[in-house]
Write a protein that binds this ligand. Structure first.
Ligand code: SF4
Length: 462
């Protein structure tokens, strides 16, 4: 397709298109259980003081229910009608607003939404990582917020940078992703568009070119996107990656690599690192030779209350460096814990009711908000997940979704239960040859029948 023949979208039309019902710090959207406020945390970093501010605001202006998201953000649910502005003001006063030169409600909203930058939860912490990506975060967010044209990006548009840490989300379908790779003695970044790193890199660049590359790709996206094309995958589908990179080249002062066959000498070498052990998102783990490390935990079905968030802040202050890292697996890490304190922190997290072991059925079950909070849901997925989890075979992961939007999982789970009616689900099994949730196994199953069908298909544990 010749992209030059397509009408370029003006920032105004794209800005209009992006005003979806996407919640934010300023845009508190209505849900069945009250207002929904999403607090974006670039890199998933949350200070203990910020956590306490969120907990206080959730108690004062909402019903105290909090949620961790698969983009490593925090949501406040149940915001009381009429309290939205007070909630936003309290969160900004707590240091959770966008930082850069924000003066009006309109640019406050846009700046808030231009913070979708995901890093590994161990960014800047893992001594074996190839690159400390936390050094990139502030300049990138500043660029997103300060370049006027980028206000036309969708609030869903997201960037992922993988620094080669031992714990990282590799399968998130971000609009632009970069992955650190070792080429000779140099660390470079492979990059790709609208997919996960397994889908193939387009090339590699020097670490010093990361920001300029992202800037060029964002301009190219806006050059080509029609008003209804909010994500990179939409533009790639209509124009192709080569056209996008061609457009990006016009915004860069260095040569942007173009797609190369894997066997080509100019393809980024060895960028596909082995799968990481995602069980390390939970439990106590040493990172340094002296045994110091971090402890990871996950609240049941991503929900926690304000008191639990206060308790997490307390643990981070007493045993860590007064920060938390929210993970894309809807959990949290307490970093910088001394070796002697790892087990006490682990016990404290368990006592709070959080999963600290990947074998825990609730650590293997995810569910979207469901009918208690979302009008689109055909079933109470959270309540059903609590009933299903104890009956899952060991090691099996399941995802319950109230509708096709799959808010709880950007990735494809091994087994997905898609609500058909209250307490009844269609069962899908992950299958590389099938799109969406995978291969449809059976329709309209009760929870008991779904558990039985999953058990019949579950792989034997190692
Ligand atoms: S997946 Fe569907 S039902 Fe579940 S929270 Fe999202 S929109 Fe609502």
């Amino acid at each position: 397709m010749n992209y030059d023949s397509q009408p370029a979208s003006s920032p105004a039309t794209l800005a209009e298109a992006r005003r979806s019902a996407c919640p934010g710090l300023v845009r508190v959207v209505a849900a069945r259980d009250g207002g929904l406020c999403r607090i974006r945390l670039p890199g998933g970093v949350l200070s203990a003081a910020q956590a306490r501010a969120i907990a206080h605001a959730a108690r004062t202006d909402a019903d105290g229910t909090l949620e961790l998201t698969n983009r490593a953000n925090v949501q406040i649910r149940g915001v009381r009608a009429g309290q939205e502005a007070a909630l936003t003001a309290a969160l900004i006063a707590g240091g959770l607003g966008p930082a850069n030169g924000v003066q009006t409600p309109a640019n406050l909203c846009a700046a808030d939404e231009l913070r979708n930058l995901m890093l590994s939860p161990l960014a800047g912490l893992d001594p074996h990582a190839l690159f400390d990506t936390t050094t990139l975060a502030a300049p990138l967010v500043a660029m997103l917020q300060n370049e006027p044209r980028f206000a036309a990006l969708s609030p869903k548009f997201a960037l992922l940078i993988d620094g080669g840490e031992s714990l990282a989300a590799l399968d998130h379908p971000h609009d632009i992703w970069l992955a650190a790779t070792r080429e000779g003695d140099a660390t470079r970044f492979a990059f790709g568009l609208a997919g996960c790193p397994d889908d193939g890199a387009t090339g590699s660049i020097a670490a010093t070119q990361v920001q300029a590359l992202i800037r060029a790709l964002l301009h190219a996206f806006l050059d080509l996107a029609a008003p209804d094309q909010l994500r990179m995958r939409d533009v790639i589908a209509s124009h192709g990656a080569a056209a996008l990179l061609d457009a990006a080249q016009r915004h860069a002062d260095f040569a942007i690599p173009t797609p190369q066959p894997a066997a080509d000498d100019h393809a980024p070498a060895n960028w596909q690192r082995p799968r990481v052990d995602l069980t390390r998102r939970l439990g106590a783990h040493a990172l340094h030779a002296n045994g110091d490390g971090y402890v990871g935990a996950q609240p049941p079905l991503a929900r926690l209350d304000a008191a639990t968030l206060d308790a997490l802040a307390d643990l981070a202050e007493r045993h860590g460096d007064a920060t938390l890292r929210i993970t894309p697996w809807q959990g949290a890490l307490v970093p910088h814990v001394a070796r002697a304190a790892l087990m006490p922190v682990l016990d404290a997290l368990r006592a709070l009711g959080l999963s600290v072991d990947a074998a825990d059925p609730l650590a293997r079950t995810i569910a979207c908000t469901g009918s208690a909070g979302c009008a689109k849901s055909r079933a109470d997925t959270k309540a059903d997940a609590l009933r299903l989890a104890p009956h899952l075979p060991p090691h099996v992961q399941a995802h319950l979704s109230g509708c096709e939007r799959s808010c709880a999982a950007a990735h494809r789970a091994p087994f997905t239960l898609l609500a058909a009616a209250p307490a009844h689900y269609d069962l899908y099994e992950r299958d590389a040859s099938a799109a969406g949730f995978g291969r449809l196994v059976a329709r309209h199953l009760t929870l008991e029948a779904a558990a039985h069908a999953i058990a019949q298909r579950a792989p034997e544990p190692f």
